[in-house]
Design a protein around this ligand. Structure first.
Ligand SMILES: [Zn+2]
Length: 74
């Protein structure tokens, strides 16, 4: 097993399957991609995931959630 990723629990539901569990590389580069742990859909960049975790519940976080879930999957 050569798994260099870690799980992240984010306040965002995956647009495809509704999961809140995501996976990111352990390297933690700001432009690393964060994927859904269940369906592997691309969600956002690691820097955006960090921002989601940093922001408490509120308008600012809601706006960022809207931004990432409405972006087309890559
Ligand atoms: Zn998913």
């Amino acid at each position: 097993m050569n798994d260099l990723s870690e799980e992240l629990r984010l306040p965002v539901a995956c647009p495809s399957c509704g999961s809140h569990l995501f996976r990111a590389s352990q390297v933690h580069n700001p432009d690393d991609k964060v994927f859904c742990a269940s369906c592997k859909r691309y969600l956002c960049l690691y820097s955006e995931a960090k921002e989601l975790l940093r922001l408490g519940p509120g308008d600012e976080r809601e706006a960022l959630i809207e931004h990432v879930v409405n972006r087309p999957a890559k």
